[in-house]
Structures are given as C-alpha cells and as structure tokens.
Design a binder for this molecule. Structure first.
Ligand SMILES: [Cu+2]
Length: 319
C-alpha cells in the first residue's frame, strides 16, 4: 500500500501465530494491568507522560474523572507487541520502536463485514486491488526511527482490527508480511467518551495536499497536539519527518522513492497513520527547533504512485 524507506537488513520470519499467542496472553492480563494503572495514573497531565515501558502492554483507565484518555502501548521490533483486546473509546496509543535499524509504524485497519486478517494483507499486496474501498484505515501512530516513541489519539469503535506495519524491508516486502501484524479486538466499554486534547495545529488532508496550515510564523517547540482530518475521497496519512538541516520534504520523498541504500535526509518521528475520508484523529508532535515535513505515502489507485508524488507534502518551521 505504501512506499517506505528500505533497509539492507535481511529479516527473520516469525510465524504470525506467535504474535497471536502473545497477544492473547497480554489480553488475558489486561484487567490486572488496567486496575493497577488506574491507581497510578489518576488525573495525570496528558503531555508530560514519558514513553511507556518497553515490552509490556499497558492500559490505564482513569475511572474517576476521565480527565485524560486511557493509554495503550505497543512496542515494535520484528513483531508488534501489544494488547489483543482493549475497551472502546478515545485512546492514547503509543508506539515505541524497540528495533535497531528499521523504522516501524502501527497502522490500524478495521475488519468490517466478516473480513479477515488474510483478506486485508492479500488485498494490500495485490497490484490489482490497490487500496480497495472496503479497507477501513483507522489511523494509529505513524512510523518512528529506532529508540523513539510516538502517540496518537484514536477513537476506537467496538469491532475487530488488524494492526500492521506497512514499512517495506530491503526486498520491498511490507513488514506485515514478515510477522509485523496482530489482531486487536475493541470491546464495548460503556465508558463515557473523553474529548481529545485541544489541538495546537489543525491539518487537513485531501487530493493532493495538506491544505493551508496557517503556519507562516512557524510553531513553538515542545509537545504539540496536531489534529488531522481527512477531507478527501481517498485514505490519507500524515507522516511526520524531522528534516536534516537544508533538506526539504521533496528531498525526503525522493530518497524514499529511490530506495536502496539512499540515506534519508531526515527522521520519521510519528504523525498519523492513514484514515478514511471524513475521519479525524490527532497525534502528539514532540517538536524541536528546525524544519519538519508532513508526507502522505498512500498510493493513488489510478496513478499507481504515492500521494506525495502528486503534491501531498508540506513543510513547517519550529522555533
Ligand atoms: Cu494522501
């Protein structure tokens, strides 16, 4: 589905069943984790939370005030580690890249109308059915470089999902074909909805641009909440890239498109995964002074190129 940077590391294949088994185990311990986290996290400030501990799925629900959305953590290395079952509602999903070399993301895809995990992965790999309309992209934190975390606020609806990494390996195969995929069930929580934190920046995605972000004077550095709304007719994403000095968004996309050993003139630092038209989600951008890009790597089904190649890149300054 998406073009992504390519590394030169051969990957070991891990059977998908391993991911499923660990997901089931994590799901079973969720209730315990949830009650423990609730005690530790009542009313905690939203933006000052550090990255969650690696290797552990953690869900925290502030059952008292619901001042902040509950948090769910996923780790990614050669697999995606996270809970197999979470309650519905607005949820802060944090991805930590525990790998050594490659970037990873977690893209949520809702399974509708009895579709299965195999239906999704088969369709995404089929050149004849690129981005079929029945694939319901449900966002999630976009890719980060190793050692970094990224968070997105996702309003989870009850249902079945697959969580996949669409980044390509050295052979051009998406990581989800090498075991980076898991199933996720969102249960009806009955919990009163929590509002997303107010946005510091609102960005729209449509064919084929990010609109006018109104950032002539740039954004102040720090953790900023960015709202991303899909106002188009195709799925769109907002991959956030911290550009190297002197590099442009076009430079970064050109390096991705060139693949091979081309060095990337910037670092993936999160952003928002693909969402379907009419949807909006927000993410935390932990911004340092410098230049940033937003890029959409979703493939246009007619042109067979990434939206970025059709103009869907933008840049902004952080002061
Ligand atoms: Cu797009």
């Amino acid at each position: 589905m998406m073009l992504e940077p390519i590394s030169d590391t051969p990957r070991r294949r891990r059977p998908f069943v391993m991911v499923l088994l660990s997901a089931v185990a994590l799901g079973a311990s969720l209730a315990v984790l949830q009650s423990r986290a609730a005690r530790d996290n009542v009313g905690g400030p939203l933006l000052t939370e550090g990255p969650v501990a690696g290797g552990q799925a953690r869900v925290s629900t502030d059952a008292v005030a619901l001042a902040a959305p509950p948090e769910v953590a996923f780790d990614a290395d050669e697999c995606i580690h996270g809970p197999g079952m979470v309650p519905a509602g607005l949820t802060k999903i944090t991805l930590t890249n525990m790998g050594k070399q490659e970037i990873h993301q977690i893209q949520l895809v809702e399974l509708e109308d009895g579709r299965t995990y195999d239906d999704v992965t088969d369709a995404l790999q089929s050149p004849d059915e690129l981005d079929p309309s029945w694939i319901s992209y449900a966002g999630g934190p976009n890719a980060v470089v190793p050692g970094r975390s990224a968070s997105a606020f996702v309003d989870l609806k009850p249902g079945r999902y697959v969580v996949i990494c669409t980044i390509a390996n050295s052979l051009g195969k998406p990581h989800y074909t090498e075991g980076m995929a898991m199933e996720l069930t969102v249960t009806d929580s009955g919990v009163t909805a929590v509002a997303a934190p107010p946005a510091d920046l609102e960005v729209s995605g449509q064919e084929f641009n990010f609109g006018d972000m109104g950032l002539a004077e740039g954004l102040p550095a720090g953790p900023r909440v960015v709202s991303f709304v899909n106002k188009g007719t195709q799925p769109h994403e907002a991959a956030l890239i911290r550009l190297d000095a002197g590099a442009t968004a076009a430079d970064y996309y050109a390096a991705v498109a060139a693949a091979g050993d081309t060095p990337m003139p910037g670092q993936r630092v999160g952003g928002m995964g693909a969402i379907i038209p009419g949807q909006a989600q927000s993410f935390i951008a932990d911004l340092q002074p410098g230049r940033y890009a937003l890029i959409c790597f979703v493939i246009d089904p007619a042109a067979r190129v990434a939206h970025a190649a059709m103009g869907m890149t933008t840049e902004f300054q952080v002061n």
